[in-house]
Design a protein around this ligand. Structure first.
Ligand code: PXP
Length: 237
């Protein structure tokens, strides 16, 4: 069975919409763990658009399963990660104007910097995963650079418009996962997975963990909205 890491960034997105202290991503992390999540993921973006510095320190303390910090390789963020010591760091490319992480890291192009960052994080006992497109050359280089695992970007699969293109993207992920397993690196996957498209990815036996955020947080609104309204009605009556 694939493990499930839950990304709680968008709980913080709702909080930031009002500049309040709630909803609190730390409480969300605790509920996810109570529900059986195998790890908690949060992305400390350079622009701090959702998760902020205080959140990651509180999460570091509160998370009992595994705290997986998503991060860019910018020096400021790497310094924070080395002090914070999350259980895991997932290195992602980051562009300021993007709505979400748009593509995988080009591990071949940025191998020098990635090698340095992986070494520094490893020295702090942080395991490192690289978020990459499902391509053999990227997986091979990740292994060479000393990454503990890779996370295959499932965005193209999730966004594929036709059945044929979806199948084609799925095949790329299956092939990449098999290759990763063969060369001895742990393979995870994530991005854009939801209640309709996660199953075929979860069925790939070489995939160790799925990291899912937006769809779970979105679904939780509808799973809880009736109760929220009923509770308020009781109060105002
Ligand atoms: N994995 C990585 C590396 C990501 O950057 C993201 C998005 O923050 C996710 C998984 C989760 O993606 P989604 O929110 O689309 O489920």
């Amino acid at each position: 069975m694939s493990k499930l890491g839950v990304n709680i960034d968008h709980v913080a997105t709702v909080r930031q919409a009002r500049g309040e202290s709630h909803p609190d991503p730390v409480n969300a992390a605790k509920l996810c763990e109570q529900a059986g999540a195998h790890s908690i993921v949060a992305h400390l973006r350079e622009d701090r658009r959702h998760i902020n510095d205080k959140d990651v320190w509180l999460l570091r303390k509160a998370v009992k399963t595994r705290f997986n910090l998503e991060m860019s390789v910018s020096e400021d963020i790497v310094k924070i990660a080395c002090r914070l010591k999350p259980d895991q760091a997932t290195l992602v490319p980051e562009k300021r104007k993007e709505l979400t992480t748009e593509g995988g890291l080009d591990v071949l192009r940025h191998s020098h910097r990635l090698k340095q960052v992986i070494k520094r994080l490893n020295q702090k006992n942080i395991i490192v995963s690289l978020f990459i497109d499902p391509k053999e050359k990227q997986i091979l280089k990740s292994k060479e650079l000393g990454a503990h695992s890779v996370e295959l970007h499932t965005g193209c699969y999730a966004n594929a418009k036709t059945k044929l293109s979806k199948e084609c993207e799925l095949k790329k992920i299956q092939k990449a996962a098999r290759f990763g397993k063969k060369i001895g690196i742990i393979v995870n996957a994530g991005h854009g997975l939801n209640y309709k498209n996660a199953k075929p990815i979860a069925k790939i036996k070489e995939i160790h963990e799925l990291n899912i955020g937006h769809s779970i947080i979105s679904y939780s609104i509808f799973a809880g909205l009736k109760k929220a309204v009923k509770d308020m009605l009781k109060l105002v009556k």
